[in-house]
Design a protein around this ligand. Structure first.
Ligand code: GAP
Length: 442
């Protein structure tokens, strides 16, 4: 086996994702809709795995974080207090000839990138998606689909503090959908109008904020590396002053080298006490913390690691892609970390026209299914079945052959080195659990 390609271009990845059922265009039968994508049977598993390991590592395995699941629809005043109504804007230019609209910072030389026509002066365009609550569409019922999950955590600060009984520093974590009317959704699932965020709001004492900011930048960088992203495809980039969001004192982006260049995977911001002070002001409610040490009320500073599930999924897919030459034939394989792989083991009968093999393979699959995500397949020749599983990143395949009926053993084939080992069926479950666990420790 010779590794031939360790990178992938976007067209190849998009086609693999469609062919194998990771990602489909939204509303495809109607011609598609811009900036929204549907995750197919393997994409939904990949995304769930990402969210599960994030939740496990950031919430369940830590004593200083608790979870929250706030509504997507919130009081419209939230978005006034947060600054989104006034400041969540992109500068746009319109082409006077072809009438297309572009983000001003995506246009070079002041001419239309599509037709070369003259462009208007930039105008500010709010990215929030409007909606109306109740039957009347007037200003009183206007609100927005949340453009970030963060605000749900700020407005619940006092509720969570009451029940979680945590001392500073402590954090709230949330995973959920966010919506932005991006003018130029682009690069597949990288910039979309509907996406999922995994956000932490970590409340700290003022004065300790810079130390905690550094801590979280490192923690989150290592998290991506731990689940397989190559370190030389990851880098940190600090925002320049004019790039900072209205709430931020400092922001570091974790960037990944996508096929279209370095781009943001996650941002870690020092949001200062901006959000709690704004919500206290707009709501009239006290949003502070009683500090026993100093005997006074303080408004915590907030460190916010904010990542996108869809961007993480895209980076993991891109990073895992390999092309190899095996016995003069091309093999495409996704070397996904076993925790991320949509299917952990696939079971096949070597001959699909032998009912005894089919029955035994199905029985083995249904037993394994109780312990790990297992697939059964007998719809093609064994070579094609292996290739299919390689392309979705399944770490192990188990084949039931004629000898299995005699020796009660099966063959396990390893995705990465393609080595085959014979294992008694009675030991299969434990062997698979052990091999998956070993693969996690590697
Ligand atoms: N609460 C802070 C916040 O929302 P952001 O940098 O605007 O900060 C955080 O977004 C993360 O959400 C980004 O790093 C990215 O992973 C994801 N994200 C933002 N906009 C996105 C979009 N249009 N499509 C997909 N993911 C997006």
């Amino acid at each position: 086996m010779v590794e031939e390609k360790t990178t992938v271009d976007m067209d190849t990845l998009v086609s693999l994702c469609k062919r194998r059922g990771f990602i489909f265009q939204s509303s495809e039968i109607y011609g598609g809709v811009g900036g929204s994508w549907d995750y197919g049977p393997y994409g939904v598993e990949l995304k769930r795995n990402i969210k599960n390991i994030w939740w496990r590592d950031m919430v369940q395995r830590r004593d200083d974080l608790v979870g929250l699941d706030a509504g997507i629809l919130m009081h419209s005043r939230v978005w006034e207090a947060s600054g989104h109504v006034d400041s969540f804007t992109d500068p746009l230019v319109d082409c006077l000839s072809c009438k297309k609209r572009f983000r001003a910072d995506h246009v070079e030389d002041g001419v239309c990138p599509e037709c070369g026509g003259q462009l208007t002066e930039p105008r500010l365009f709010n990215l929030m998606l409007k909606t109306f609550l109740g039957p009347v569409e007037d200003d009183a019922s206007l609100t927005y689909l949340r453009p970030e999950t963060a605000q749900g955590m700020f407005v619940n600060f006092a509720n969570v503090l009451d029940v979680a009984r945590r001392k500073l520093p402590f954090g709230i974590a949330q995973i959920g959908k966010a919506f932005r009317n991006e003018i130029t959704p682009r690069n597949y699932t990288f910039r979309t109008r509907e996406f999922e965020q995994m956000e932490i709001e970590y409340f700290v004492k003022p004065g300790t904020d810079e130390k905690w900011h550094e801590h979280w930048v490192e923690e989150r960088f290592e998290w991506y590396a731990k689940y397989g992203l190559r370190r030389d495809y990851l880098r940190l980039r600090q925002h320049e002053g004019d790039e900072l969001a209205h709430y931020s004192k400092a922001t570091h982006d974790i960037e990944y080298l996508f096929p279209f260049g370095w781009a943001e995977l996650e941002g870690i911001s020092n949001r200062t006490d901006f959000d709690l002070r704004q919500h206290a002001l707009f709501s009239g409610r006290e949003l502070s913390y009683f500090d026993e040490e100093s005997g006074s009320h303080i408004v915590p500073f907030i460190i916010e690691p904010s990542g996108g599930v869809d961007r993480a999924a895209l980076a993991f897919l891109v990073d895992a892609y390999r092309e190899e030459k095996v016995r003069k034939r091309k093999r495409v394989v996704l070397r996904l970390h076993p925790e991320l792989a949509p299917v952990k083991v696939a079971v096949f009968p070597l001959l699909r026209n032998r009912p005894e093999l089919v029955t035994l393979a199905k029985q083995i699959a249904s037993e394994l299914r109780m312990h790990m995500m297992t697939a059964y397949d007998d719809t093609a020749s064994i070579g094609r079945l292996y290739r299919r599983q390689d392309e979705i990143g399944t770490p192990f395949c188990v084949t039931v052959d004629v000898e299995s009926l005699e020796d009660d053993a099966v063959t396990i084939r390893d995705r990465d080195n393609m080595e085959q080992t014979r294992v008694p069926i009675a030991e299969l479950k434990d062997t698979m659990v052990e091999r998956l666990t070993n693969a996690l420790d590697e």
